[in-house]
Design a protein around this ligand. Structure first.
Ligand code: NAD
Length: 294
């Protein structure tokens, strides 16, 4: 298949490389020079403008920061994609944006498929992502070889928009559990248990989780996982709250978590590691969980 990948960052770059490895004819575009040269080294034919490559593509796959970029790239795509081609958006975006794309897509004869992903840059590099798909059966079936090249678990969940919903709904648990893990650690440590021993106990109890296993050690070591920025975490929680408004869901506990991440982003900066959210609890308690600073 002729595939154009737009957005060659932490997720899109390795996806494009895996599409090349699976034998597809892959071109790529990104605003960043570094992302373009990394992708070119994996066999992606990097282009300096979207239009011609989009016109020649069977499928355009986007991996963009969020709804704003999805909207602006969408305008270019509807003006240049061939009728009956498919736009697969793997970005974490929202229902408002999804709805706003449907009219222009119909007019351009372009099929919309949302295929959000979970598994991080490591999963993208390994081709083992979980993919949450929304869209009509026929274009989704056409894209299955592409999904198989980037992911391991492919879930077709419903019509266009279902992938965005599923991604946002599941990822809120990650942040909610992080905030709760920090509070549980704080409670134990204030009660006199060492942070590392408290974490070990949580990991091997009913309170254990992916978050405790993977984020807990980074919190206790004070490294805070620099591979994922606070801006992405705050964006995901903001999208969750907007989606709750859109579908009429009352989620007061998650609203508090969204506020915590917004406060962390404004305190520590957009590019700071996402687990610095833990610092807010530490500051409020005048006690650090980071062993060397205690
Ligand atoms: P990233 O910032 O590394 O990559 C996004 C890329 O899009 C950047 O290289 C940027 O230069 C490019 N870009 C921005 N605007 C553009 C435009 N108008 N035209 C062309 N390129 C443009 O982000 P990422 O971590 O790869 O995440 C991409 C998407 O995947 C986001 O929606 C994110 O929420 C989602 N996601 C990320 C992870 C993760 O762990 N990083 C996991 C699951 C989903």
């Amino acid at each position: 298949m002729h595939v154009l990948v737009i957005g060659l960052g932490h997720m899109g770059g390795p996806m494009a490389a895996n599409l090349v490895a699976a034998g597809h004819d892959v071109s790529g575009f990104d605003l960043g020079a570094d992302q373009c040269s990394t992708a070119a080294a994996t066999g992606v034919a990097v282009v300096d403008a979207v239009e011609a490559a989009a016109g020649a593509a069977d499928v355009v796959l986007t991996s963009l920061p969020g709804p704003t970029q999805v909207g602006s790239v969408g305008e270019q795509l509807f003006a240049s994609m061939a009728p009956d081609a498919v736009w697969v958006d793997t970005s974490t975006s929202d229902l408002d944006r999804a709805e706003s794309l449907r009219g222009p897509a119909r007019e351009a004869g372009v099929h919309l498929v949302d295929a959000t992903v979970s598994g991080g840059p490591e999963g993208s590099a390994a081709g083992t992502l979980s993919v949450f798909v929304g869209g009509d059966d026929e274009p989704v079936a056409r894209c299955m070889p592409l999904f198989d090249a980037i992911g391991e678990r492919i879930h077709h969940l419903g019509p266009h928009g279902a992938g965005y919903v599923a991604k946002i709904a599941q990822v809120t648990l990650c942040y909610t559990q992080t905030v709760c893990l920090v509070e549980a650690l704080m409670l134990g440590v204030k009660g006199g248990v060492e942070p590392a021993r408290m974490l070990e106990m949580i990991r091997h109890s009913a309170g254990g989780s992916y978050v405790a296993d993977n984020y807990g050690p980074e919190i206790v070591a004070g490294t805070y996982d620099p591979t994922f920025p606070l801006s992405h975490a705050a964006k995901d929680m903001r999208l969750a709250m907007e989606m709750a408004g859109h579908v009429g869901a009352e989620l007061p506990f998650m609203a508090a978590v969204a506020e915590a991440y917004a406060a962390a982003e404004s305190t520590f900066g957009a590019e700071a590691p996402h687990l610095l959210a833990a610092r807010l609890t530490e500051i409020a308690n005048d006690l650090t969980l980071h062993e060397e600073r205690r």
